[in-house]
Design a protein around this ligand. Structure first.
Ligand code: NDP
Length: 292
């Protein structure tokens, strides 16, 4: 559909955004749903992200927010979903009843990806690697699914402690403890919520051989053919999945906030898989940024 004067504009706001698959996924959704709208990626600084959110929403559009602005835009929001209030971060915004609204669809996105990999998380003992926005989404989704213990492993202990203190206020049903020494521990599900794996020379988020048992590994990073960490897990016979399913599910949930109708998930999945496929028609030459 060629944009017209009536076309509504949606955007991914962050830095970097150049390798994001969200434009490919959302434009395929808009086309399939016959919506007169376009989705673009705009690299922006912390000083301009607020004006962009406000301008896009007030002009009848909306969008997503990614690194490093997910926490900063919260103060602009006039309505926040429970997921935003609990996590302290927002990845989706739109206008409703004249108010700028925000949600954190990474929470349902993670839930969908975990469902696909391990099914019920009730009572599970889990490990989340990372203490940023993505880790917060994972922990909230685990709490909502009735998981038991969540152990957090993060490079910076101070940041993990701060996140744990904040999340403890809203997620009373979950016990979150920082840990650096995991030797001999057992987990039903281990999640990588760091960017490790995006770079070709990155270390593994965790050598799974150091654990007594690893039930499944969910990597939020996505790479065609699997990430080094999902390949490491598979080589040990551990079921593993990368971040594609989460990317799709958070994008579908964002579509539903913007349009108040079901997302064309099949069209979005096909577009994502086609864009990420290795070869001459690949979306980009660098590793994909699957933050949003
Ligand atoms: P943040 O910047 O908020 O947090 C990054 C986390 O990763 C921090 O805990 C940080 O530790 C840790 N980290 C960063 N670099 C390293 C490193 N070299 N070694 C060890 N730890 C490191 O990012 P987000 O939480 O928003 O996103 C994290 C990743 O999750 C993204 O890069 C993206 O790949 C993925 N993601 C995927 C989604 C999907 O739909 N598939 C959705 C959202 C995110 P420290 O605190 O010490 O700095």
């Amino acid at each position: 559909m060629i944009p017209t004067a009536a076309t509504r504009t949606f955007a991914l706001l962050g830095d970097p955004v150049v390798h994001s698959l969200s434009p490919v996924m959302q434009n395929a959704a808009f086309l399939d749903a016959r919506l007169d709208a376009v989705y673009v990626a705009l690299r922006c600084s912390s000083t301009s992200v607020g004006e962009l959110v406000t301008g896009l929403a007030r002009a009848g559009g909306g969008g997503n927010v990614t690194l490093p602005h997910k926490a900063a835009i919260i103060t602009l929001l006039e309505r926040r979903t429970d997921a935003v209030l609990r996590s302290g971060v927002c990845n989706t915004f739109w206008l409703e009843d004249g108010k700028i609204c925000g949600d954190n669809t990474d929470v349902v996105g993670f839930g969908a990806a975990a469902d696909a990999l391990v099914g019920s998380r009730s009572g599970m003992r889990t490990l989340v690697i990372g203490a940023g926005a993505a880790a917060r989404a994972a922990i909230l989704a685990l709490a909502a699914a009735g998981a038991g213990d969540v152990v957090v492993l993060n490079r910076s202990k101070a940041r993990a402690d701060a996140m744990i203190t904040e999340l403890a206020k809203s997620s009373t049903s979950i016990r979150v403890v920082p840990s650096a020494d995991l030797s001999g521990e057992e987990f039903d599900l281990i999640t990588n919520a760091t960017p490790l794996g995006l770079g070709v020379n990155d270390a593994l988020p965790l050598d799974l051989r150091g654990l007594r048992r690893a039930g499944a590994a969910l990597d939020m990073v996505y790479r065609p053919g699997g990430t080094p960490w999902t390949q490491h897990a598979c080589s040990l016979g551990i079921p593993a999945a990368d971040g594609l399913e989460m990317l799709l599910a958070q994008g579908a949930a964002a579509f539903e906030r913007w349009w108040a109708r079901p997302a064309p998930v099949l069209a979005m999945r096909v577009a994502l898989e086609r864009a990420a496929r290795p070869g001459p028609h690949r979306h980009g030459d660098a590793p994909q940024n699957t933050t949003t």
